[in-house]
Design a protein around this ligand. Structure first.
Ligand code: ATP
Length: 462
């Protein structure tokens, strides 16, 4: 193979490379470029040859020039091939990211005759990196934390508090109006907490009478009371080594508070009707929509119990105080319901969103979620419009008045009913109570409330 032939082959090789190659002389004028260089920069070879390499507006060269005044790219100064990320401007004005290598070229005597620069187009990789970053952000999105949606500063603080609470084993109490997500928060604390592999047991302290609640919490033995046909394991035993979520803890009767206090202090439970101690190791997460401190001041709550449970308080603000979260929550509920229902809705109209943002949300996030469930049933158009929302959101004032009216008419019906029955029984309250299926005291109370004087009413109606 002759030197001339070899030169020809090299040309072919250079032109098949994906990386751009540019050779410049000692004055920085472009002497030669390969095909890839033309493609990356968007210039034809003829437009480049003889021109200064400044035509590329390379940001690192510009910086080097500004500092040293030399036209040499700073990469050449090290005399060794070096890699650097840079940005160049294509002929069409588009800035692209590139990876640059540069080296000085010398002749046989060691004199500098120019430099060679290779250029790899990184824009595709950069775009992919950006895409990955966007996906990553979506996955670890800061506007959602273990299923709890919220980008407001208040919710970001709540997320931080959840992390702190999860890292500790101390009792946590979550304060917030109904529907603000207290149960969701308690779940998150358990799911990332030290006891996550152990049970999470929930008890609603408001839904049971005192004795049923105690048997629910501590269990009972057979025969402990009428109806206790067999032994029952309490929730504290079930939650052993895990977390117990005591919802509506503000409704806990004082005697139960006393018993619970003992359980927390001694880590021992006794089933109702038994005195056999059972050791329990349970972390308490409680929740309430009541102001416990106020209850303590009123004497309706034990102060020592309050101090025992109020170790890590987390306050969930009502939705009306974190308006920023409304569009976010709305979009999340919309997307979830669209997936679940398979309904091909396009989105939420601007007017609807405005209405949502301006609503006062007495039922908080639960109400917002319910509004979307309602809208998905009523909407048969592309977009969710205000008309698809429940009346309470669409016309809150009218809904309130209607509710008042209904309450009024209920009262009216009750009064008429009572009057008729009293008339039939000749004013006999015991008989009236029997007919109405209520106690005599209730009849007497209703008469007082409605201002009914038995004798006189019967006279006037008669
Ligand atoms: N920040 C939130 N992100 C997503 N969903 C939420 C959020 N807050 C509440 N929800 C949803 O709203 C509903 C009510 O939440 P949750 O039951 O946790 O509220 P709560 O404060 O415990 O209510 P209550 O006091 O009435 O028991 C649930 O369906 C829950 O998934």
């Amino acid at each position: 193979m002759t030197g001339r032939e070899l030169d020809g082959y090299w040309k072919t090789v250079v032109n098949t490379l994906r990386d751009g190659i540019m050779i410049v002389n000692t004055r920085g004028a472009i002497v030669s470029v390969n095909r890839a260089f033309e493609q990356i920069t968007g210039y034809d070879r003829e437009e480049l040859i003889g021109k200064s390499c400044e035509i590329l507006h390379c940001d690192t060269c510009a910086r080097a020039r500004a500092e040293g005044g030399a036209f040499w790219c700073s990469l050449y100064l090290s005399e060794e091939a070096e890699q650097r990320k840079c940005q160049i401007r294509r002929k069409d004005g588009r800035e692209i990211q590139a990876l640059k290598n540069a080296a000085i070229l010398r002749d046989a005597e060691g004199n500098v005759i120019g430099a060679v620069e290779t250029l790899a187009d990184l824009s595709e990789i950069t775009e992919k990196e950006n895409q990955i970053e966007a996906f990553r952000r979506q996955l670890h999105s800061e506007d959602e934390f273990h299923g709890i949606v919220g980008s407001s500063a208040a919710m970001q603080r709540v997320f931080a508090m959840i992390e702190n609470a999860a890292a500790s084993d101390a009792p946590v109490i979550i304060y917030g109006e109904s529907g603000t997500g207290k149960e969701l928060v308690s779940r998150a604390i358990h799911d990332i907490g030290l006891r996550r592999t152990r049970p999470f047991v929930k008890v609603n302290c408001a839904s049971l009478t005192e004795s049923l609640l105690e048997s629910e919490l501590f269990g009972h033995v057979r025969g402990a009371y009428t109806g206790a046909y067999k032994d029952r394991v309490g929730r504290f035993e079930l939650a052993n080594k895990g977390d117990i979520f005591l919802d509506e803890i503000g409704d806990l009767p004082i005697p139960t508070q006393t018993k619970l206090l003992r359980v927390l202090e001694e880590k021992i439970v006794e089933r109702v009707g038994s005195s056999t101690p059972i050791t329990t190791d349970v972390r308490i997460i409680s929740a309430t929509n009541k102001d416990l401190l106020q209850l303590v001041e009123q004497g309706a709550y034990r102060q020592d119990f309050y101090f025992r449970i109020n170790v890590i308080p987390i306050v969930l603000p009502p939705l009306r105080q974190r308006v920023d979260d409304i569009p976010l929550l709305a979009e999340k509920f919309f997307n979830k319901l669209r997936l679940k229902s398979g309904k091909e809705l396009a989105g939420i109209s601007r007017e609807t969103m405005e209405l949502l943002v301006n609503h006062s949300w007495p039922g908080n996030v639960r109400e917002l979620k319910g509004a979307f469930e309602y809208a998905f049933v009523t909407c048969h158009e592309e977009m969710i419009q205000p008309i698809h929302l429940p009346e309470t959101i669409l016309r809150p004032k009218a809904a309130e008045t209607a509710a008042k009216k209904k309450a009024f008419s209920l009262k009216e019906i009750e009064k008429q009913e009572l009057l008729e029955v009293l008339e039939r029984t000749g004013g006999n309250q015991s008989k009236a109570a029997e007919i109405l299926g209520v106690s005599r005291v209730t009849v007497w109370n209703r008469m007082r409330r409605f201002g009914i004087d038995a004798k006189r009413t019967i006279e006037t109606r008669g």
